[in-house]
Ligand binder design. Structure first.
Ligand code: NAD
Length: 261
């Protein structure tokens, strides 16, 4: 495919975990890819080279998405660099686990800013671009915690419930356009975000990391298996195709049966 004909996908938080897997999936499918997130410069360079091996362009845009101005700026910069923005995947997120009474205010503010407000700011900035192109796909990475709660995750659960709501409003406001907005709601995937929780639990239960991994996942997923990030990337890619043009405001759980219980 000629570079000028390639669609452009921006995946926030794509230097690690799920976002990284999605960046590779879109590059493989012939997209130009904009990546974002924190990480070592030399590792990001390698990631960009690996992405470009699929034949398209890849570019890194540093932005701290806890800051409103940087969310808006990110969208502008991607548009200026590539001349278009077709797929926006709001994926950057973080977790903090503590009982409500001990939950630090600054962690609440940070999680709401990144896991919820950043998507509002990026969607708001991306919509005029997608409307001018007459085509767009917005995918918000929420969580099974967008529907159910777990103890000690007040900020995360609140933000993800909010993100499911934002997905529906965006879908309604674009319902007569070639723009869709949907959410993917994963159960647990073994990424750095989850590894940190498992390490803390292993200590608490006096178990090895491997023992705790099995205990942890069996507690939530009837499948007793972690979800693989490639499964999420497959769904994100499908939602970005014309075949998904009337899927609007949906939230897809991929959680090994957790929410079926
Ligand atoms: P991860 O920690 O592996 O990756 C998070 C990414 O976000 C990294 O690239 C990081 O640099 C970036 N990031 C962090 N703070 C940022 C900031 N202020 N500005 C810009 N980028 C920032 O996490 P992951 O597990 O891949 O999670 C990705 C998304 O999936 C998150 O929204 C998370 O809530 C959601 N999710 C994860 C799981 C899971 O089990 N891992 C389950 C459900 C939902």
């Amino acid at each position: 495919m000629q570079s000028k004909n390639r669609k452009v996908a921006l995946i926030t938080g794509s230097t690690s975990g799920i976002g990284r897997a999605m960046a590779f999936r879109f590059a493989k499918e012939g997209f130009d890819v904009a990546i974002n997130g924190f990480g070592k410069a030399e590792e990001i360079e390698i990631q960009l080279k690996d992405l470009e091996n699929f034949g398209g362009r890849a570019f890194y845009f540093g932005a701290n998405l806890m800051e409103k101005d940087q969310c808006q700026d990110l969208i502008k910069k991607v548009h200026v660099h590539f001349g278009r923005l077709d797929v926006l995947i709001n994926n950057a997120g973080l977790q903090y686990v503590a009982p409500l009474e001990d939950f630090p205010d600054e962690k609440w503010d940070a999680i709401i800013a990144l896991n919820l407000s950043s998507s509002f700011h990026t969607i708001k900035a991306a919509l005029p671009i997608m409307r001018a192109q007459n085509w767009g796909r917005i995918i918000n990475i929420a969580s099974t915690h967008g529907f159910v709660a777990s103890v000690h995750k007040a900020a995360y659960v609140s933000a993800k419930h909010g993100l499911v709501g934002l997905t529906k409003v965006t879908a309604l406001e674009t319902a007569r356009e070639n723009i869709t907005c949907n959410a993917i709601c994963p159960g647990f995937i073994y990424t750095p975000l989850v590894e940190a929780q498992i390490q803390a639990k292993a200590k608490e239960h006096g178990l090895s990391l491997e023992e705790e991994k099995i205990r942890f996942i069996s507690e939530k997923h009837p499948s007793q298996k972690f979800v693989e990030m490639e499964d999420l990337a497959n769904l994100a890619f499908f939602l970005s195709t014309d075949g998904a043009k009337e899927i609007r405001g949906s939230s897809y759980v991929i959680d090994g049966g957790w929410s079926a219980v």
